[in-house]
Design a protein around this ligand. Structure first.
Ligand SMILES: Cc1cc2nc3c(=O)[nH]c(=O)nc-3n(C[C@H](O)[C@H](O)[C@H](O)COP(=O)(O)OP(=O)(O)OC[C@H]3O[C@@H](n4cnc5c(N)ncnc54)[C@H](O)[C@@H]3O)c2cc1C
Length: 384
C-alpha cells in the first residue's frame, strides 16, 4: 500500500466531515433510537467510494492508506458510530482478500467490494468462541470440489446485508478462512440468519446469529487456495490489527463528539452566576478530557502508520484500541455529567455516545485480551 499525500487525506476528511454535518447529524439519533438501517446514507457512502478506501485502484478502489482510512472512520463515528461499523468488517474482509487471496480471488471479489456492492462481513465468533477463538466448532467438510459448511456463528455485524462473508471454519488441516458468497437477506442456500441480536447501542445496523446447514461452497473459496488451508486463524488475527485500528479511530470519533459537546455546554450553562466552565472541578474534567482525546488520537495514528509501513503492529494496534476505547468510555461518561440532567435525556446525542462507547471496549477483542497481547509483545521486546 503506498502512502497517501497528506493533502489528499485532509481533503477527504473535510469532505466526509461536511457530509456528516449535513446528512448524518440531523437524523442519527432518530435512526439510532428506532434501530433503523440507514440505507440512504450507505448509498451515499458508496457513491463517495468509502467502501473501497484502502482497496487498490487497479481493482476500482481509492487506493488510499490507513491514515486516510482512520481519518474517515473518525469523522463517521463522530457523527454516528454505527456508520463506521458498516465499513469496518467490510474493510477487514477486503484486507483479508488483499493480503492473503490468490490473484484469481482478488480479481473475483475486490472489484465488487471496492464499490460496496456487495458488502463484506467477518464471521469468526461463536457462542463458545469469542475471546477463545481457537475453540470454534463450525466445520467445513471436503466433498469433491466443494466444502460443506455446518455450524452456528454469532455476533456477525452486517451479516444479513452482506454479500460476502469471511468465515472461519474448522477443516482437517485446522482453522481455515472461507470467502462465502451469499445474497443479502435472511436466507441463502443453507445459510439462515437465525437471530437478530438486540443491543444497548450501536443500533441501526444488524448484528446477527447465522446458522449454516450443510451449506456448499466451491473449494476455490478457501482464502489463499490450498496453501491457505489451516492458516485461516492467523490470517484473520493479522487482519484484526486493521479492525483494532478501526475501533481505536471510532473511539476517537465518539470521544471527540462527547468532548466537543461538553466544552460547548460548559460555556453556555450558567450556575451560581457564572458559566460552569469557570468552576474548577469542571475545568479539571475538560483538561483531562482534552488531554486523553489527544493521546488517543496520537496512539491511533501511530498504530496506523506502523501497520501501513508493513511492520508487525499487534502491540501498537492493541495499545491504541485499549486506550482510545477506555477514553471514549470515560469521556462519554464525563460529558454526561457535565450536561447534568439534560445529558440523561434523548434530546441530546450525549446519551447515545454513552451507550455506544462500551462496544469499543468489547469488540475486536476485549480490552482484557488487548492487555494480554500488549504484555506478550512487550515481554518479547524486553526479554532478558
Ligand atoms: C455488538 C458486537 C458486535 C460484534 N461483531 C462481531 C463481528 O462482526 N464478527 C465477529 O466475529 N465477532 C463479533 N463480535 C464478537 C466479539 O469479538 C466478542 O464478543 C468478543 O471478542 C468477546 O468475546 P465473548 O463475548 O465471547 O466474551 P468472553 O470471551 O466470554 O469474555 C467474557 C469476559 O472474560 C474476559 N476474558 C476472557 N478470556 C480471558 C483471558 N484469557 N484473560 C482475561 N480475561 C479474559 C473477557 O475480557 C470478558 O471480560 C461482536 C460483539 C459485539 C458485542
Amino acid at each position: 500500500m503506498t502512502t497517501t499525500d497528506p493533502e489528499v487525506r485532509d481533503e477527504l476528511r473535510a469532505t466526509v466531515r461536511r457530509w456528516v454535518e449535513r446528512e448524518v447529524l440531523p437524523i442519527a439519533s432518530d435512526f439510532e433510537h428506532a434501530d433503523t438501517y440507514p440505507a440512504d446514507l450507505v448509498g451515499q457512502m458508496q457513491a463517495m467510494g468509502l467502501f473501497g478506501i484502502t482497496i487498490q485502484e487497479e481493482f476500482g478502489g481509492l487506493g488510499l492508506d490507513l491514515m486516510a482510512y482512520i481519518a474517515v472512520v473518525e469523522e463517521l463515528a463522530a457523527g454516528w458510530m454505527s456508520l463506521s461499523g458498516i465499513i469496518n468488517t467490510h474493510t477487514i474482509a477486503a484486507s483479508l482478500i488483499m493480503g492473503q487471496g490468490t490473484p484469481a480471488q482478488q480479481a473475483r471479489w475486490l472489484p465488487g467490494l471496492a464499490t460496496g456492492a456487495p458488502r463484506g462481513c467477518l464471521s469468526l465468533s461463536e457462542a463458545d468462541a469469542g475471546s477463545d477463538t481457537r475453540n470454534i466448532s463450525c466445520r467445513a467438510r471436503r466433498d469433491g470440489d466443494e466444502y460443506v459448511i455446518s455450524g452456528t456463528k454469532t455476533w456477525v455485524t452486517n451479516g444479513e446485508r452482506a454479500g460476502i462473508v469471511a468465515l472461519a471454519a474448522r477443516t482437517d488441516e485446522g482453522i481455515t478462512c472461507f470467502i462465502v458468497e451469499k445474497d443479502p437477506g435472511p436466507t441463502f442456500g443453507g445459510i439462515t440468519v437465525s437471530k437478530n441480536i438486540g443491543k444497548l447501542g450501536y443500533k441501526g445496523i444488524e448484528t446477527v446469529e447465522m446458522f449454516y446447514d450443510d451449506h456448499r461452497v466451491g473449494a476455490d473459496c478457501v482464502l489463499g487456495g490450498e496453501e491457505g488451508l489451516g492458516h485461516g486463524l492467523g490470517f484473520i488475527l493479522s487482519a484484526l490489527e486493521v479492525g483494532r485500528i478501526n475501533i481505536a479511530s471510532r473511539a476517537v470519533g465518539v470521544a471527540r463528539a462527547a468532548f466537543e459537546h461538553a466544552i460547548r455546554y460548559a460555556q453556555e450553562r450558567h450556575t451560581f452566576g457564572k458559566p460552569i466552565a469557570e468552576h474548577q472541578s469542571i475545568q479539571n474534567k475538560l483538561a483531562d478530557m482534552g488531554t486523553k482525546l489527544q493521546a488517543a488520537r496520537l496512539l491511533t495514528e501511530h498504530a496506523a502508520a506502523l501497520k501501513q509501513s508493513g511492520a508487525r503492529a499487534d502491540v501498537e494496534a492493541g495499545m491504541a484500541k485499549l486506550f482510545a476505547s477506555e477514553t471514549a468510555f470515560e469521556l462519554s461518561t464525563e460529558a454526561l455529567r457535565i450536561h447534568g440532567g439534560v445529558g440523561y435525556t434523548t434530546e441530546l446525542p450525549v446519551e447515545r455516545y454513552f451507550r455506544d462507547a462500551p462496544l469499543m471496549i468489547i469488540g475486536e477483542g476485549t480490552n482484557e485480551i488487548q492487555r494480554l497481547v500488549i504484555a506478550r509483545g512487550l515481554l518479547r521486546r524486553y526479554a532478558i
